[in-house]
Design a protein. Structure first.
Lengths: 214, 264
């Protein structure tokens, strides 16, 4: 288990009286990239919420980077993970102001987001040249998703959880993004996607998902 | 100056104008007659009862009775907020009672004791009327701020979780929602102050002048009332939103489901 960055053991969980996860177990190795092509209603948000420490499973355990996730360790665990949701209502401020806001967050006291590194990432992810001066709310859904991806890559987190985080990106660009992410050997990724065209791109290992288990 | 007495006949003439409104509603198919008639009837009965009660209250003018009356008003406000925002009574009642009651008493003290310098700060004529005006406005802004806060938390949970994942503390991650809630609650009061006297004459001031007060006296009262209302609204929603943030999340930073009434 020591070479696993995320381990879920026999997770059972019910929500609103309905069992959404039944004996779910899987693990992700350090640097490994997984893609779930999950059916809707599978409970993907619940899995991510458990890894992030937001939700306690009814039974079973979640271990992230060697730490069992519980009420006391949740904040520490979160500091190692970047989570990008599908829908992001970003504030109506410029990228520069947004970066300053992130730098002021409690857990980022020692984080310095280098604007040159960010600019290079923006080029890699094919964002508009003047993105730094644009208001975030004026960006399209796909641009917002690629911009946030660039920011979290620059934050040097160990683990990246992507919940439909390329749903607004056209398939060619999404392919380039996935290939780029495959090159980040130290980064472990779980990517949930409903788009079958994302499967088989880059080094992402497909994980078959069945209802109530894997 | 003495105000003209309003006769029952006079009130009746005005209410008679509701008859053509009812007929018009029927003709055009505007289905509000039942609600409208009930609301007018309730208004008359409620105001009559409160009028009779206040008459006695003003006459007796016992400080303890006046404080008790204000306490009951605070309880009704807290219950109204709980019902309007579909919150769980057991979790919110005492917090709302204290969160509204304490700033309200402080505001009334500020007005009667410091600004108006009345000898008996629990004089029914001042304390009860001022409390009623302050409380009604404070209650409305807390309802707006709570509804905005909880609706935004539910609609934009993804963004809240994104901020937490980017390193924000819970207080930092909810800050945009708190700002939205405060803006929504305070903007109507700011808009009212912006146009007061130009677009409309406020009800209290008009009532005072109809009751025989000089315009300048009525205006002075209106200014202190508007300022006190805004101060109490600001204090009330700041305190209550802070309390809401403290009690509405699990230790794992997720919005609790058990703070809402079951039918929500």
């Amino acid at each position: 288990m020591n070479n696993k960055v995320i381990v879920l053991n026999n997770i059972v969980h019910s929500f609103d009286g309905r069992q959404v996860l039944k004996n779910l177990s899987f693990s992700v190795g350090y640097g490994e990239k997984l893609i779930f092509n999950a059916p809707s209603g599978f409970g993907k948000s619940t899995i991510f919420n458990m890894i992030m420490g937001y939700v306690q499973p009814d039974s079973g355990s979640v271990i992230v980077d060697g730490v069992e996730v519980n009420e006391d360790t949740a904040k520490d665990v979160r500091s190692r993970i970047a989570f990008l949701p599908q829908n992001m209502a970003l504030p109506n401020i410029t990228l520069k102001q947004f970066v300053e806001m992130i730098e002021k967050f409690d857990a980022n006291a020692e984080l310095g987001l280098d604007i040159d590194i960010l600019n290079n990432l923006f080029k890699e992810l094919q964002l508009p040249d003047d993105v730094c001066n644009m208001k975030l709310s004026s960006l399209s859904g796909g641009e917002k998703q690629r911009l946030m991806l660039a920011i979290v890559i620059a934050m040097n987190k160990k683990i990246l959880l992507l919940d439909e985080a390329l749903s607004g990106v056209d398939i060619d660009r999404a392919g380039r993004v996935l290939n780029y992410l495959s090159g980040k050997k130290d980064l472990s990724i779980i990517f949930i996607s409903h788009d079958a065209r994302h499967i088989g791109v880059g080094d992402f290992r497909e994980m078959e998902v069945k209802a109530n288990g894997i | 100056m003495v105000s003209e007495q309003i006769t029952i006949w006079g009130i009746g003439i005005l209410l008679a104008f509701f008859i053509p409104i009812v007929i018009s509603n029927r003709i055009i198919g505007l289905n509000i007659n039942k609600e409208m008639i009930i609301s007018v009837a309730r208004m008359i009965v409620q105001l009559l009862l409160v009028g009779i009660y206040l008459q006695f209250l003003f006459q007796w003018n016992y400080a303890w009775l006046n404080i008790l009356y204000i306490g009951i008003m605070v309880i009704v406000s807290a219950m109204t907020i709980i019902k309007s925002c579909k919150l769980k009574k057991s979790r919110f009642f005492l917090l709302l009672f204290a969160g509204i009651g304490i700033p309200l008493f402080a505001s009334v003290f500020l007005l009667t004791g410091v600004v108006l310098q009345i000898d008996n700060m629990f004089d029914a004529r001042y304390t009860i009327t001022l409390s009623g005006m302050l409380l009604g406005n404070c209650m409305r802004s807390i309802i707006i701020s709570f509804n905005t806060f909880y609706n935004d938390m539910r609609e934009n949970e993804d963004t809240y979780l994104l901020y937490l994942s980017l390193g924000a503390s819970r207080a930092q991650a909810v800050k945009p929602t708190i700002i939205k809630a405060m803006e929504a609650a305070l903007k109507p009061a700011i808009a009212t102050m912006m146009t007061i006297g130009l677009v409309s004459l406020p009800g209290m001031m008009t009532g005072q002048m109809l009751g025989g007060s000089l315009p300048l006296t009525a205006i002075a009262y209106q200014i202190i009332i508007m300022a006190a209302i805004f101060i109490l609204q600001y204090t009330g929603i700041s305190v209550m939103l802070r309390i809401a943030v403290n009690i509405s999340f699990t230790k794992r930073d997720m919005l609790r489901k058990d703070i809402f009434a079951k039918n929500n």
